[in-house]
Design a protein around this ligand. Structure first.
Ligand code: PMP
Length: 357
């Protein structure tokens, strides 16, 4: 079967197998990874290796810190604002749909933080990335949701209007799947459960210079304190970091992020071509802004959509139901989705169209 879920999502089969093989005794220690201390060198070594491998994969410069935190991307909605809205208090948001709106809502709850929407895709139901106007006001940073998991849009390029702005990016559903330049961003965050590893881990990559001038905050919410303690202020999510480390090694073996992007482009194109060539399926998303990793499509009939999802599941094509906010279908094609899975999906779509077209 193939798992098209948006997250938690498919992981590389080789990684799952390795986890299984060494689950009872990690590195011949006689102890499971589930049992070892986060203060032991067994763990601190694997965390350091995971960070190094992530740095290689994303070409993260030495003036950026890497954090392995908890609380999901959702806690980063709060944490970015708490730490970084520190001068004017104003944050510029580009509203590209559900997850950017969630970030805005969370920022609104904080005292002395003023979120402002500088561009919104609301008018066209978030089927395209809105144009970002020239920025004149004094914002502490601009927040972007780089890939919109529900709406199926992404930034293929950053808006020129954002040159010289401090940019905070939610990269949850495309990190390691598209070869963005880390240096184009000041802070990147991503929940792990899509393209990195199991749920329970959140990766944050931030420019070291951002750490100055941050007010004193509760330890778990403070970037400077987390950086100082190498993400181990308290017990870190050991198993999730271990598994993410295995995924990073798998990615390096595949040729890194540019190789994954190439594969992801091939996989996505296969599905988009099928949608374009069919008279049953339709993609609501503007061609220029289409996501490589989350691909929504509809038949135009809710009943037919439901039938599609049920028949697909019976054929071993799992979790193709679109998000409850938009309906229809959604295929998430993360790094660990093999080309064969997308080919199976396309065959199924053709068969379904023959039967129902
Ligand atoms: N941002 C985006 C773009 C997402 O897709 C998600 C989860 N689907 C979130 C944030 C929320 O992530 P978490 O569940 O890790 O808090």
């Amino acid at each position: 079967m193939y798992n098209f879920a948006a997250g938690p999502a498919v992981l590389p089969a080789e990684v799952i197998k390795q986890v299984q093989q060494e689950l009872t005794s990690y590195q011949k220690s006689g102890m499971s990874i589930l049992e070892i201390s986060h203060r032991s060198s067994l763990f601190t070594d694997l965390q350091a290796a995971a960070e190094n491998d992530l740095r290689r994969l994303m070409r993260i410069p030495t003036d950026y810190d890497v954090l392995f935190l908890q609380g999901g991307a959702t806690l980063q909605f709060t944490m970015t604002a708490l730490n970084l809205a520190k001068k004017s208090g104003k944050i510029a948001f580009v509203d590209t749909g559900h997850w950017s709106q969630r970030a805005i809502q969370e920022a609104k709850l904080l005292p002395k933080v003023v979120p402002e929407i500088i561009a919104s895709g609301k008018e066209n139901h978030f089927t395209a990335i809105p144009k970002v106007p020239k920025i004149t006001a004094d914002y502490d940073y601009v927040h972007l949701t780089v890939n919109n998991t529900i709406e199926g849009t992404m930034y293929h390029q950053l808006p020129a209007a954002l040159n010289n702005q401090t940019i905070v990016a939610d990269m949850s559903s495309i990190i390691l799947g598209y070869d963005y330049q880390v240096t184009d961003f000041d802070l990147i965050y991503a929940g792990a459960q899509k393209n990195i590893g199991p749920a329970g881990l959140t990766v944050v990559i931030l420019k070291h210079a951002l750490l100055s001038g941050i007010p004193t905050l509760p330890a778990m919410l403070s970037y400077p304190k987390q950086v100082k303690k190498h993400s181990a202020l308290n017990t870190p999510p050991v198993f999730a970091i271990y598994t993410a480390g295995l995924v990073f090694k798998w990615l390096l073996k595949q040729g890194g992020v540019s190789a994954m992007q190439q594969q992801n482009e091939i996989k996505a194109q296969l599905l988009y071509n099928e949608i374009a060539n069919s008279s049953l399926y339709r993609s609501p998303v503007a061609v220029a802004d289409r996501s490589l990793t989350n691909i929504p499509f509809v038949t135009g009939s809710d009943q037919l959509d439901a039938e599609f999802v049920a028949d697909a599941q019976a054929a071993g094509l799992m979790n193709l139901k679109g998000h409850r906010l938009v309906g229809g279908m959604r295929a998430s094609l993360y790094n660990a989705m093999p080309l064969a899975g997308v080919k199976r999906l396309v065959e199924f779509m053709q068969q379904f169209e023959m039967n129902h077209g």
